[in-house]
Design a protein around this ligand. Sequence first.
Ligand code: PLP
Length: 383
Amino acid sequence: MKTIYLDHGATSFPKPPAVGRRMKEYVDEIGANINRSVYGPAQQAGMVVLRLRQRLGELFGLSDPTHVILTPGNTWSLNMLLWGALRPGDHCLVSSMEHNAVMRPLQQLALCGVQFDRVPCDGQGRLDPARLEEMLRPNTRLVVMAHGSNVCGAVQDAEEIGKICAAHGVPFCLDGAQTGGHLPVDFQSMNLSALAVPGHKGLLGPQGIGALLLHPDFAAALTPWATGGTGSVSDSEFPPAYLPDRFEPGTPNLPGAYGWEAALDYLQSVTIDQARAHDRFLSQRFLDGLRGMAGAVLLGPDGVENRVGVFSLDFPGQDNAQVAFRLEEEFGILTRCGLHCAPSAHQTLGTFPRGTVRFSFGLSTNPEEVDYALEAIDAVRAG
Ligand SMILES: Cc1ncc(COP(=O)(O)O)c(C=O)c1O
């Protein structure tokens, strides 16, 4: 039985072949650190990292590559953002659909005197920007939210929310974990102050690397969350004042940078518009196939507008974990079951603490796999 990987919301697989090739090339043939030594291989690696920053900046509409901060991943980026921006007495607004990569740091910050509120989303996981505007307070210092839900694929109206935040002078920061590489995300039109993206999901890179893109005004007010050696300003025991060094302590993930640069090269050749069209095509096919299937209840948007190809299904009367197990055992289909690190999102959708079975598509998913998944769902829905 072949294996069908439908867990791209967790991580993309397989990666473009150049990703692994370039990582191996770095480990076997380059090996040098950047920003420390000045010999040839170190400079070569430094150029790859610079190109990576440039590609990310181009992809997301941020002109200055020095403000593309490379991090060990999206959770790290979000922690940098939250811990670096919020002080005791500050207020932060999030949506009710957030991942624990936002909620857990916020709960820790609440222990230190930071306040936060969740803007309630509707039963499909969508946030009403007008409701967010009503909930802004004089001490609101940050609005942070997942652009796309990792539970049900709902995509928030980032342009409208960005306008509201700009009008009130509140920084707007987006968690692009489920939308980066799947649809256009643009710093300018969304009025973003910061954007966090992981390398390993829709951006097709390896695990263990991510980026935090910073608007210069926002960066100027951000405190470094982690500090250490940078290979620069070494006469001082304080972090450098300039970016990216200020926010990039320690030896970076260079195999990851090589792999990610190759992944972005590939993505650039496909184009985000094509990736978006592919995602919509598969989503439409999946939604059409699900229609009329009693016993498999779809959560989240039931059309292709305002969504990405991440779908949660509930199988009432059955144990969803058991359903996911059967999908693998009997059909070779790899999905994810449970709460997907987002209890608040499941509370919003009415599936807490039961959880759901999540099917998520990527660039390498083909229509036959979607059809096969539909056949499998049809077979397991009866119990
Ligand atoms: C919406 C969202 N935010 C944050 C994260 C955390 O990303 P990572 O585990 O790559 O750090 C995820 C991962 O699933 C996610 O889906």
